[in-house]
Design a protein around this ligand. Sequence first.
Ligand code: HXC
Length: 257
Amino acid sequence: MEFIKVTEQYQPAIALIQLNRPKELNALNKQLMEEVRDTLQLLDKNDAVRVIIITGDERAFAAGADIKQMADKSAIDMLLIDQFSTWDQIRKTKKPIIAAVSGFALGGGCEFAMMCDMIIASETAKFGQPEIKIGTIPGAGGTQRLTKAVGKAKAMELILTGRFLSAEEAHFYGLVNKVVPVEMYLHETVELAKEIASMSPVAVQLAKEAINRSFETQLDEGLAFERKNFYLTFASADQKEGMNAFIEKRKPTFSGR
Ligand code: HXC
């Protein structure tokens, strides 16, 4: 594995996946997501593992999908790359997944954390969907999951402005389970994982499935709709301008085309 580190610990039965592209703030490139998918599929089949933790490092959980990998793509390129089939497979993981978030959880990083079953945040965590600032929109569930988590008004504000949500605000809005000092976020996540790992794994799996069912039928439709619009932004000059401006470290000028 090039972009993740996996630690399995069977006493208690917890596995830890650490996103490991620190220089790029754990930007989620295609290979990284495929490594996460392959690992989760193996862990799901391994009876010695009951709970999975996904984390980044202190500075960033993940600062989004890899802008450098996407910047020059067309809408059809994006459609054919079909990165979201990997995300869909990740979403099918049966065992509980807890995200331990410190620092930036932005764009695809925020969407990835929200795709996990619970989130423990350090006080330094910052959540956001800043895609609008680079001329695109969330594409991995942000418009659906953030809206369900924080409500329409706050989701509109966050997605239309790209503003960040502090850990405390994220807790207030019910996006995260708990906020703890930065030196405690991994420890606190392991404590939660241990408690869940001591329960019947069958009951845990069935409970997770049932909770997810509460919004899944509508989610599929919402995700498909969001995906089409996300791809469509790659037909705009504004997406090219936004992403290139980011890479060139300048302010974008949006033409509305
Ligand atoms: C590629 C990224 C990146 C990203 C950061 N980097 N985020 N590379 N894709 N999403 C790189 C930077 O280019 C830089 O590389 C290095 O990581 C450190 O970042 P800095 O910007 O120098 O750090 P800082 O000034 O502390 O700013 C941190 C930041 C900023 C506020 C998080 O990096 C930022 O705004 N990142 C982009 C956030 C974003 O727009 N995410 C949404 C992406 S779109 P160099 O080589 O210059 O040192 C998205 C779509 C989701 O996620 C849908 C599909 C899954």
